[in-house]
Design a protein around this ligand. Structure first.
Ligand code: G3H
Ligand code: ZN
Length: 283
């Protein structure tokens, strides 16, 4: 079976993007697997540190491996926003396909140093490393608050230049006005900045905070070279709202009958995103 690098390269050449869907429950995982199978799309299954710790990294790796072989579909695992170096190394050791090192709160020098160290370990096992330059604000939740992005939060092109030259990182997460979560007023994406980053960086460019961004904006960033887009909040919102709705049926006690309905609702949302990213029929 082809590896993640193959699909990222293909997406780059053909101008579409691979979705990263985060999950922390079995019905979310089953929904992602079903959609990958049904729409013939590669998918990246994202687990943040919290999500990975909740389900258990060993369990996650086994479940994904079994499903990948059972359905013969390109499912890839990514540790999302890894900050704890022991956990990142554990993900590499257990066989995640990629790890995202979030060094956005560190100085550029420190970010470069740690990213390089991780690349050394990861590349020995053919595992990709995603770095991050700039600070992506917000949390993966629905909020009635407004969020303000300052100039210093955005990716600096000169930092990118130094970072990619020194680290030779595989993928790069950028801050171009994207935020985590769905907030009252969603900021606009800075396409000019993305174009400038692309001139400098030949790496696979990643957009975090896919939830709540207008479809036409998503299409534009894909045209400008984004090849991976992360979604979490919109999946969490469907999970919570559907669960609440189906639990109202006082006569149903079988978890699998309730969670199956939740799963179906999640699948509809994921399908929408796959068509938006145009990653269907790409196997
Ligand atoms: O790393 C995860 C993503 O960036 C999720 O962002 O919750 O806004 O979809 P989101
Ligand atoms: Zn993110």
């Amino acid at each position: 079976m082809k590896d993640l690098k193959y699909y990222l390269k293909k997406a780059k050449e053909e101008k579409w993007a691979i979705p990263q869907f985060n999950f922390s429950t079995i019905e979310q995982l089953k929904a992602i697997i079903n959609v990958s199978y049904k729409l013939k799309t590669p998918v990246i299954l994202g687990t943040s540190e919290g999500e990975a710790n909740y389900l258990g990294m060993e369990e996650i790796v086994s479940l994904v491996k079994i499903s990948k072989n059972k359905y013969k579909i390109p499912l890839f695992l990514n540790l999302d926003h890894g900050k704890n170096l022991d956990l990142i190394k554990k993900a590499i050791f257990l066989g995640y396909d990629s790890v995202h090192f979030d060094g956005s709160s560190l100085s550029l020098i420190e970010n470069i140093k740690i990213t390089k160290e991780l690349i050394k370990i990861a590349h020995k096992k053919n595992i990709l490393v995603e770095g991050e330059i700039g600070s992506i604000k917000g949390e993966s939740q629905l909020s009635s608050k407004k969020i303000k992005i300052l100039k210093q939060d955005l990716t600096s092109v000169s930092d990118v230049e130094k970072f990619v030259k020194e680290t030779k990182v595989d993928s790069l997460a950028v801050s171009i006005g994207n935020i985590h979560g769905v907030y009252k007023k969603m900021p606009k994406l800075d396409l000019k900045l993305l174009k400038d980053i692309k001139k400098i960086s030949k790496n696979f460019l990643v957009l975090h905070g896919g939830s709540g961004i207008e479809n036409k904006e998503i299409k534009k960033v894909i045209r400008e070279g984004i090849v991976k887009i992360n979604f979490n909040t919109e999946i969490r919102i469907i999970w919570k709202n559907s669960l609440r709705k189906y639990l109202k049926n006082k006569n149903e006690f079988k978890p699998y009958k309730i969670l199956n309905l939740v799963q179906n609702d999640i699948e509809k949302k994921l399908e929408e995103k796959v068509y938006l990213l145009n990653s269907n029929n790409k196997l």
